[in-house]
Design a protein around this ligand. Structure first.
Ligand SMILES: NC(=O)c1ccc[n+]([C@@H]2O[C@H](COP(=O)([O-])OP(=O)(O)OC[C@H]3O[C@@H](n4cnc5c(N)ncnc54)[C@H](O)[C@@H]3O)[C@@H](O)[C@H]2O)c1
Length: 341
């Protein structure tokens, strides 16, 4: 049985990836510092025979010992500080986890390769946000310049550059994915779609930054996990792959679509559930859009989930797993962050 490490396996995409890999019969080692959640709601029922969890920061030198112990075939690096508003509030944490943490993983792989002369792949999970604002009808390709706008995207861009340099200089077998916005079960409540759902379920106004015209490309987390697995299986060393769905929608239209889905399913919502425009995020990127032809053509990957169906399933998931929200501190997760002072 092949063994793989998933860092950030207690986060939204990481948990979905752990489940995905376990279903494919991999032995999964999850490394997460559990900074935001004490327990993982999404992994509470998994088969522990093929699973180990280490509560550890990716900056720790113990990662080397874990590599020696399990001799994994690959590391999927998802551990990161991920909330753009939080990066505006407290950028240093993003430098520590996203840049220095990735640097430490690269160094531990380098040490491991030197000591054991064994191959190990790194699949590093980056974001489309590294490309910055894309205006008009353009889409970012893997060759577009990196133009990050927030401390979050700048820290992700730095990590990508470090990885490329390690692939070239030290021959580390590494690939990078640049994925668009994810949605699906288990996303932390500070993010846009879970916030909308939480407020719909709690008869509260739906906060939209600015006038809601900013557009994002949305992909279901299962399609992203499948894309990461495809890169692991078929990707080429030192290459970037954009993972996108082609579903671009403004924040305002997404909110309206979600309300339409809720109404269509005859779910009763309170009178206070109305759209409320709030102060915009400083430096808010207007539009992200990626061209994902490379992974579609070269690796034969494509997304499967229909957006409206995926959104309805996501709403239902939060409705039937409302207890998930209780895993998060009300103080940390339900207040507005990142307004410049
Ligand atoms: N969510 C998206 O839309 C999206 C899109 C593209 C790329 N990504 C990338 O995917 C990855 C996962 O994102 P997510 O949405 O699941 O985020 P998340 O915030 O839900 O999960 C991140 C996890 O990483 C852990 N973590 C953070 N810093 C750590 C550290 N120093 N050591 C160990 N663990 C640490 C956290 O505890 C958390 O469990 C990130 O690298 C993110 O940049 C996310």
């Amino acid at each position: 049985m092949k063994k793989v490490i998933v860092t950030g396996g207690n986060g939204f995409i990481g948990s979905n990836l752990v489940n995905f890999l376990l279903k494919k019969n991999y032995f999964v080692i999850n490394i997460d510092n559990n900074k935001y959640v004490k327990a993982n709601y999404l992994l509470k029922n998994i088969n522990r025979k093929k699973y180990r969890f280490y509560k550890l920061d990716i900056n720790s030198s113990k990662i080397f010992k874990i590599l020696i112990k399990f001799k994994p075939d690959a590391i999927f690096n998802l551990a990161a500080e991920t909330h753009v508003d939080r990066s505006i509030e407290a950028p240093k944490d993003f430098i520590n986890s996203n840049i220095l943490g990735t640097f430490n993983i690269l160094e531990q792989i380098r040490n491991y390769k030197k000591k054991l002369k064994k191959k190990i792949k790194l699949i590093h999970v980056s974001t489309d946000e590294v490309y910055g604002d894309i205006l008009g009808k353009d889409k970012s390709t893997e060759n577009s310049p990196y133009q990050p706008s927030s401390p979050y995207s700048a820290s992700k861009a730095s990590a990508d550059h470090l990885i490329k340099s390690y692939a070239r200089t030290y021959g580390i077998d590494a690939m990078i994915s640049n994925c668009c916005n994810n949605y699906g079960p288990g996303q932390f409540p500070e993010k846009f779609i879970p916030t909308l759902i939480f407020n719909i379920l709690n008869n509260s106004p739906l906060p939209i930054y600015g006038k809601g015209k900013n557009t994002r490309e949305w992909i279901h987390v299962e399609d992203h996990c499948n894309g990461l697995f495809t890169i692991y299986k078929k990707g080429k060393n030192a290459e970037n792959y954009n993972i996108g769905s082609g579903n671009n929608i403004s924040n305002l239209n997404l909110t309206k679509l979600l309300l339409k889905i809720v109404n269509k399913n005859k779910i009763l919502i309170g009178k206070k559930v109305t759209i409320k425009f709030v102060k915009d995020r400083p430096g808010h990127d207007f539009r992200y859009a990626i061209n994902s032809n490379k992974i579609r053509k070269k690796l034969k990957w494509r997304p499967a989930k229909n957006f409206e169906r995926g959104l309805k399933e996501t709403f239902d998931w939060y409705l039937y797993n409302y207890n998930f929200f209780n895993y998060f501190s009300k103080k940390k997760f339900f207040k507005r962050l990142g307004l410049k002072k």
